[in-house]
Write a protein that binds this ligand. Structure first.
Ligand code: GDP
Ligand code: MG
Length: 597
């Protein structure tokens, strides 16, 4: 297809504003999916996406559309909507010239819409503002058209109005996409350069890599090279998605499609990388490639220790499809054998855990998540700490830096007070505040990432009765007064409970964990102190009082089989006991202590 007839665009929207439904309608109206085969959210393929109603992985599809007698090819690129996947969103945007900014006509703009809009504007994409769900009785399109126009600097009449549910206005939207989105430009005769904007593992075909051709042409039976690693691959197939994969003779300037090389692991075909020919290839990769970098770490342990090999296998499998997931074996006194895992963010952690439990039948416990700390020791040594157990002891620490985020909160203005209170309590620094309309406000904060991953979202939602939306992006590192709090049982540290917290929050954390453990750990034949400590300094203490009870005494002289039963029951219980020092603790107690809020 000649570039003049191609239009590449994506839909950016807050979760639930109707992106998937609109994509479905487009598939249907362009005739790509037959009426009969149509099922809701055709493009959201993963079960977990359907259940949570969120889009995790980008998908793309090619749609034919005729305007004024001229045939066109529209490539709809479906971006993941969540903040954890900002990098993937930004690469998907890079593959487009235009973006449909889709806003629920009953809700208005939300934080994620704004964050993705800013990203799209940074990439110079043409924005088509669209209000969705105009069929809803509660829709207020005039109000939100004004809001949208105000934010992107257009006229309220430029804002299109559709119902993805009924299909109203969707044909007009496709017409406008052809009129307004610029055609791609590139050098047809130059060595090929194509950008990878998604990469998915398929059990039958190996890795399927989604690309947007920028220059030249990618044809099958050619060898290609990944420019970040210089690795070369045989090209087994090149094709388009419409909506099922179809092999083609090649992809030219501006075209979007997929390629298959037979590699088995998405880390060999990384989002953001540039594909070129092996011979006479391009010398300059496309700008902006970045290695995925875990931002949040947590320990994952099987509740049943014998599931450990299953967990290992499951992680191996998931990693084939998730270049951002990292893990290494770890052992814990309290939890046994498990893995230290790195994630892009909290949602990534939750999704991964959910998939492990659901798809592999595992029952897992995760330790409190932590961020990545940079520590400079007094002697100048630099450390990167991703696990509280690697925190340097003693007084050798010179400076500690932690990641900070720029947080955007959108909410009705009546909640300004409670939001400010929450952010201040989380060490937030107000950067600015703007009214989007009379009664809706945008607050911008600098907040340590560590505070955000610790129930910030839930607190925000409950304090604003669900009306606030949140988005955040990386904003570098800053120095902070952080300490490691250990929890000791009879003087022995229980590793899974160590946490790195701000000095001012150390006492509260120590106290909370000590109290919780006192309630959960059964009494022993001797007194057991539970302490919270920073280094050698004890900051909180609880005591489990001793009991004197011989279980068998009860059966004195009684019937033998009952006695045996009791002994067997005790033995069974022992299997799941963890020993810390002299204290025997049922693993459930640790699990419960980690999972309560
Ligand atoms: P996404 O998270 O942006 O992909 O949103 P979905 O497409 O999953 O839609 C979220 C919810 O809104 C679903 O329950 C849809 O059925 C509903 N929805 C989407 N578009 C419309 C619309 O135009 N009108 C109405 N009434 N509901 C819609
Ligand atoms: Mg969706």
């Amino acid at each position: 297809t000649p570039p003049e007839q191609i239009r590449n665009f994506c839909i950016i929207a807050h979760i639930d504003h109707g992106k998937s439904t609109l994509a479905d309608r487009m598939l249907q109206i362009t005739g790509v999916v037959e009426e009969r085969a149509m099922r809701a959210q055709y493009l959201d393929r993963m079960d977990i996406e359907r259940e949570r109603g969120i889009t995790i992985k980008a998908q793309n599809v090619r749609l034919p559309w005729v305007l004024d007698g001229q045939e066109h090819v529209l490539h709809l690129i479906d971006t993941p909507g969540h903040v954890d996947f900002t990098y993937e969103v930004s690469r998907a945007l890079e593959a487009c010239e235009g973006a449909i900014l889709l806003v629920d006509a009953a809700q208005g703009i939300e934080a994620q819409t704004l964050a993705n809009l800013y990203l799209a504007l940074e990439k110079d994409l043409h924005i088509i503002p669209v209000l969705n769900k105009i069929d809803l009785p509660s829709a207020d399109p005039d109000k939100y058209a004004a809001e949208l126009a105000h934010i992107i600097g257009c006229e309220p009449t430029d804002v299109l109005r559709v119902s993805a549910k009924t299909g109203a206005g969707v044909r007009e939207l496709l017409d406008e996409a052809v009129r307004q989105v610029p055609a791609p430009v590139g050098e047809a005769d130059a060595p090929a350069r194509a950008m990878i904007f998604d990469s998915v593992y398929d059990t039958y075909r190996g890795v399927v890599t989604y690309i947007r051709v920028v220059d030249g042409r990618i044809s099958p039976r050619e060898k290609i090279r990944m420019m970040s690693t210089n690795a070369t691959h045989e090209l087994l197939e090149v094709g388009i998605i419409s909506p099922e994969p179809k092999a083609t003779k090649g992809l030219g300037v501006g075209e979007v499609g997929y390629l298959i090389t037979g590699v088995k692991d998405v880390r060999q075909s990384k989002v953001g990388d540039t594909v070129t020919w092996e011979r006479r290839g391009a010398t300059e990769p496309l700008a902006g490639y970045r290695e995925p970098k875990p931002m949040v770490y947590s320990g994952l342990y099987p509740v049943d220790g014998s599931d450990y090999p299953v967990l290992r296998e499951a992680l191996d499998k998931l990693q084939l499809n998730d270049a951002a997931l990292t893990y290494e074996p770890e052992t814990s006194v309290a939890l046994g054998f498990g893995f230290r895992c790195g994630f892009l963010g909290l949602l990534h952690l939750e999704i991964t855990r959910d998939r492990l439990e659901r798809e592999f039948g595992l029952d897992l416990i995760s330790t409190a998540p932590n961020v990545v700390y940079e520590v400079t020791l007094d002697d100048g040594t630099e450390l990167v700490v991703t696990n509280p157990s690697d925190w340097p002891g003693g007084s050798k620490i010179g400076d500690v830096r932690e990641p900070v985020s720029k947080v955007t909160v959108l909410a009705p203005s009546e909640f300004i007070g409670v939001i400010m209170e929450l952010c201040q309590g989380k060490r937030g620094v107000l950067l600015g505040m703007d009214y989007l309309s009379e009664d809706r406000v945008e607050l911008r904060y600098n907040l340590p990432l560590a505070e955000i991953i610790f129930d910030f979202f839930d607190s925000l939602k409950s304090r604003t009765r669900g009306y606030a939306s949140l988005d955040y992006e990386e904003a570098g590192q800053q120095s902070a007064d952080l300490v490691k709090v250990d929890i000791l049982l009879q003087g022995e540290p229980v590793d899974a409970f160590s946490a790195i917290v701000h000095k001012d929050a150390a006492y509260a954390y120590g106290n909370r964990m000590a109290t919780r453990l006192r309630e959960l750990i059964p009494r022993q034949h001797f007194e057991v102190p539970i302490q919270a400590a920073i280094g050698a300094r004890i900051i909180a203490r609880e005591t489990i009082r001793a009991i004197r009870k011989d279980v068998l005494a009860k059966c004195y002289g009684g019937d033998i089989s009952r006695k045996r039963k009791l002994l067997e029951k005790q033995k069974e219980g022992k299997k799941r006991m963890k020993t810390v020092g002299r204290v025997e603790v049922p693993q459930e107690a640790f699990v419960a202590a980690l999972s309560t809020d």
